[in-house]
Design a protein around this ligand. Structure first.
Ligand code: PDD
Length: 278
């Protein structure tokens, strides 16, 4: 496996991250997980734009140019011969002092890694469980893709303990936020409903594409606050992420979603439209 690491393509065992890198010391890093279809990243500019926004939230003074990152991604896909892949771009704040002073850091550490895609979804869709861990509405970290992913991992572990594939996280107001690694949608009376961007969610790239697809397919869309009871009474639920695309959710907290625990018609339609576009 070859990796782009700080301007060079190297074999994975040649990459060394310093113990004084603030990504390692303090979880001060950012990432993007992207999907390559036929050797090209879907919505690359959107991913790089989100990375820049996240870096702005963390007050990073410098970031590699979009062109450099885009070339690095192309090289990694080519050299590993992986036209269909999951691509992970990771940036950490770089090497600095052993105290939490970001101003002591030099250049960001940059890595691009491509890997095979995960197993396809089970035809019956995913099960989900509402977890105790909440998205903190007063933290700017919930809406950026920071490398500090411990809340998400704890939420997912909580869901797994409850026997579910994915966690559904509420926010500190008690409204629905998102999955631990995905955004959430529900379908009720033919309308597509999803928590708005101020609900403690990551502004997902797939989420945005699905909203655009719904608009063009004349499916009414509501981006707003979503109550837990609405989720429990939904006709359909699905999750979105760059790698898993549109994920039907057929079980919520041990109960079937809708009349029967099978993927719903609107979900399947949007999943198909997404596939056609990507
Ligand atoms: N996860 N919300 C969270 C908390 C996420 O981690 C992700 C993505 C999403 C969906 O974002 P997008 O549609 O831009 O992929 C929402 C990535 C795929 C990951 O787990 O690495």
């Amino acid at each position: 496996m070859f990796i782009y690491f700080n301007g060079r393509i190297v074999s994975s065992d040649e990459c060394v991250v310093s113990p004084l890198d603030h990504g390692f010391l303090y979880g001060h890093g950012l990432f993007e997980t992207m999907r390559a279809y036929g050797g090209r990243i879907f919505r690359l500019e959107d991913h790089l734009g989100r990375l820049e926004d996240s870096a702005g939230t963390l007050n990073w003074p410098v970031l590699p140019a979009r062109e450099e990152l885009s070339k690095a991604i192309d090289k990694v896909l080519q050299i590993n011969n992986l036209p269909e892949a999951s691509v992970r771009l990771t940036l950490s704040r770089g090497i600095g002092a052993s105290r939490p002073d970001a101003a002591s850091c030099g250049q960001p550490t940059v890595a691009v890694y491509a890997s095979l895609l995960p197993q396809p979804l089970p035809p019956a869709g995913w099960s989900s469980a509402t977890v105790k861990l909440r998205r903190n509405l007063s933290s700017p970290l919930v809406s950026i893709k920071s490398a500090n992913y411990l809340d998400n991992m704890l939420a997912r572990a909580e869901a797994r303990q409850l026997g579910a594939h994915e966690a559904i996280m509420l926010n500190t107001n008690g409204s629905v936020a998102e999955g631990s690694m995905s955004n959430i949608f529900l379908v009720a009376a033919g309308r597509l409903i999803t928590p708005h961007e101020m609900s403690g969610i990551l502004p997902g790239i797939t989420r945005r594409v699905v909203i655009e697809l719904a608009h063009s397919a004349d499916i009414p869309v509501e981006e707003r606050e979503v109550e837990v009871e609405e989720l429990a009474g939904a006709d359909e639920i699905f999750l979105t992420s760059s790698i898993m695309e549109v994920i039907p959710v057929t079980v919520l907290d041990g109960r079937p979603v809708g009349a029967q625990p099978v993927p719903g018609a609107v979900t399947l339609r949007l999943a198909r439209l997404y596939r056609e576009l990507a």
